[in-house]
Design a protein around this ligand. Sequence first.
Ligand code: CMX
Length: 441
Amino acid sequence: MKTDKLKEKFAKVALPFAAEMKEFVKENGSQVIGSYTIEQVYSGMKGMIGMVTETSKLDPEEGIRFRGFSIPELREKLPKAQGDTEPLPEGIFYLMLIGELPTDDDVHTVSNTWARRSHVPKHVLDMLDTLPLTTHPMTQFTCAIMALQTESVFAASYRKGLNKKDYWDAMYEDVMNLIARLPRVAAYIYRRVYKDNIHIEPDAKLDWAANFAHMLGFDDYNMKRLMRLYLTIHADHEGGNVSAHATHLVGSALSDPYLSLAAGMNGLAGPLHGLANQEMVRWIMDLRNYYDGGLPSREQIKEYVIKTIGEGKVVPGYGHAVLRKTDPRFLAQMDFAKTYMPDDENCKIVHMLYEEVPPILEGFKKIKNPWPNVDAHSGALLIHYGLVEYDFYTVLFGVSRSLGVLASLLWDRALGHPLERPGSVTTGWMKAQAAKAHANL
Ligand code: CMX
């Protein structure tokens, strides 16, 4: 069998770390790291530390850091395709997996490995062809990931009898195969639904993101550049977000990466999570149509935000469960827009919203974060290059998010993380606890 340099490097980093982690827990396991309140339990466990994720860490004020590197740092330091200014997503995957910045050579190795593993079996495409064209692209995407599960090396090895210490090895094969195949699956869905079922063959000479853009039907260099940035910045957001947590949780039952990622993608398809990218663009278009279709005035924006909230709806692309400042992923996209499409009308609206929406949301005291998140900008960039089918946007997010959640899943198995099973109680139990606390006052 051909040697796999990335797999060897991963084993060299992860296996000693697993021993180090076990020793750390043995020595420090009884140390208390926090306490939590009844309100936190009722509000989606926000802020409660309940898992360990090695790939990235989110700071409420500063935003995401991947293995210690911020997004501006990564845009500068990660390897790039020749002539490009944006990083290759292969690099962020390598960084999350190995924990150090890759060289150009490391990134080429990942690119080549994924190109080699990218074949999608016919039954997956046949299955997609049976779905009504009206099936939401995210549903098609998850169905395709499930159909791919026939290929799971982990599931087949487990059935034969797999030693615990070898879980990571079979898992690695699935993670690499799955990431390699997702662009082809996603492009097939796009071309099937929106481009008369006319498909474009992959180009093995291109990097992962550029080949994805190519298979979607976008060969403009700037779209490839955008795709590299897009697939890099959406990759991971520590472990507690719905897509990452769902992937991790399902994986803790030793469900293989196909089953686990499908769970994560179903979470990403929710409008409070990844689907907000399509919702944001739709909201902007509704705002424009509600007035005269042109650039809305600041007064009109204010009125429309208040109308949206008054109707019991959320303003998509704004707010966050952890962040308390502008999302650096939004800022990276704003920088891209100002550099490559300074006159784009939708981007101008996005930037106007950035000035107008936060002060209005701040007026609603219950909203903890009035600032834009990643989904507030991405759609406007895609429209500029002609990717105008909003319902497809979350699939792009999903292709990128697979990098982070699958890197983490591989780490989970290498570190021997156990079945996840938090406690749950009834409100009656909570009331009894509260009564006991009052009686002891
Ligand atoms: N517009 C209107 N109301 C908002 C709001 C927004 N953008 N953000 C928060 N709120 C409301 C919540 O709905 C909640 O109202 P109720 O108490 O009536 O239920 C209240 O403010 C408190 O919410 P919060 O503690 O500030 O926010 P949460 O942690 O509960 O939720 C999030 C975070 C992202 C779901 C929420 O801000 C939201 O719905 N934003 C719009 C959807 C969105 O952009 N999601 C994408 C997030 C990024 C991603 O995962 O891709």
